[in-house]
Design a binder for this molecule. Structure first.
Ligand code: ZN
Length: 381
């Protein structure tokens, strides 16, 4: 390592005869360090100092320590995952200095999934170089759009046909009082432009009326990912998105709120269960639920929303973690083949299985252009 760096977000605490690196219980590493030599070396591994300079800096306090001893200490710690990296890595990244600074804390977080510290910039690039279609700019959509913009996702197409009204302001944090009466797409565009001008937000003020509408938007923008944060028309919006995403081999996530719970499912076409699999599973296993399901499909419902900003943000943020997993390949998304839900009355996080159904058309559909799905995610484990 030319410029050894102890990851900047790790806290080092010398105590007793030991040095603790990191503070999370069970994952913090404790090293025997009775004379504080290791602490002295590591605290100088700031990514801007060479091993020779580090040795020069400690020689006064530790006159018997050679440069090879310093190299040994650095190597031993560098062999432990998630602690050190070579700061020179940043110079090989395609992200310029502005992006590396703006997203430095995002990159720090991503480094928690990068044992050797060699891929975190690449992960960040993959996230940035994404075109996302966001269906619905209400409470959950607000949270998701802020999350996408703070991750620096380069292009987001936001679809909604509503206008901002007073009762939206309890949870739809994209909007201000001055936006009341304005199209949500235009108001969201204004907010996101002020928040992160690197993000190209494309407003699509329109009411979706079928899967073809979503298909056309995916194709027009060559989208990489779809997030459905809309609940109207009930269930149909998921059906349409599912069909459009299967046809274009586009990963997608849907999520929503009901009473005091939030739920979401991540769908990787042809690899995980799709929304149609979920319907087929209900029809095959829960005949008593079918009548109710079909009644909603036919007649919809007309009920007021009961969300807080808090519940929209929790859901929106969970969705984003699976979005990050899928785009970067740091690990498999966690909410595939199941509906994950959490209850604010109990803080209980649970899931319902959604198996891949052999009777589902997704099972037989050929991949677009004979592609494999390896690009959707690649497990690093
Ligand atoms: Zn399916």
């Amino acid at each position: 390592m030319k410029y050894p760096l102890v990851r900047k977000h790790l806290i080092m605490v010398p105590f007793g005869q030991k040095l603790s690196i990191g503070t999370t219980p069970n994952t913090a590493i404790e090293i025997e360090d009775p004379d504080r030599l290791i602490y002295s070396v590591l605290s100088k591994c700031n990514g801007e100092t060479t091993v020779e300079e580090i040795h020069n800096n400690i020689i006064e306090d530790f006159p018997s320590i050679s440069i090879d001893d310093v190299k040994d200490i650095i190597k031993q710690v560098a062999d432990m995952p998630y602690i050190m990296e070579d700061a020179e890595l940043a110079n090989h990244s395609n992200l310029n200095e502005y992006y590396r600074e703006r997203h430095s804390r995002n990159i720090n977080f991503l480094s928690n999934f990068d044992p050797k510290g060699t891929q975190k910039y690449e992960y960040m690039e993959k996230i940035i170089n994404t075109t996302v279609i966001l269906i619905g700019l209400g409470g959950v959509g607000s949270s998701i759009l802020y999350n996408l913009a703070s991750l620096g996702v380069k292009k987001v197409i936001g679809i909604d046909y509503d206008t901002v009204d007073l009762s939206n302001l309890n949870r739809q944090i994209l909007y201000r009082e001055k936006h009341i009466g304005m199209n949500k797409t235009d108001a969201a565009s204004e907010t996101i432009r002020e928040f992160n001008s690197d993000v190209e937000f494309i407003p699509e003020y329109r009411k979706l009326s079928g899967y073809e509408d979503i298909l056309n938007i995916i194709k027009t923008h060559n989208a990489d990912f779809v997030i459905c944060a809309a609940d109207k028309p009930p269930l149909w919006i998921y059906r349409w998105t599912n069909q459009a995403c299967l046809e274009t081999n586009t990963p997608w996530i849907y999520g929503g709120n009901s009473e005091t719970t939030s739920y979401f499912q991540t769908i990787i076409p042809f690899e995980s269960a799709c929304y149609q699999c979920k319907e087929k599973y209900i029809y095959a296993n829960f005949p008593e639920a079918v009548e109710k399901y079909e009644s909603i499909l036919e007649g919809g419902y007309d009920a007021q929303n009961n969300c807080l900003t808090a519940s929209s943000n929790v859901l929106g943020s969970f969705v984003i973690f699976d979005f990050i997993r899928t785009r970067t390949g740091i690990e498999k998304p966690l909410s595939i083949n199941k509906l994950t839900y959490f209850d604010y009355k109990t803080y209980k996080i649970d899931s319902e299985s959604v198996p891949i159904m052999e009777t589902c058309s997704c099972h037989d559909m050929p991949l677009k252009g004979g592609e494999t799905n390896e690009n959707h995610y690649q497990s690093t484990k």
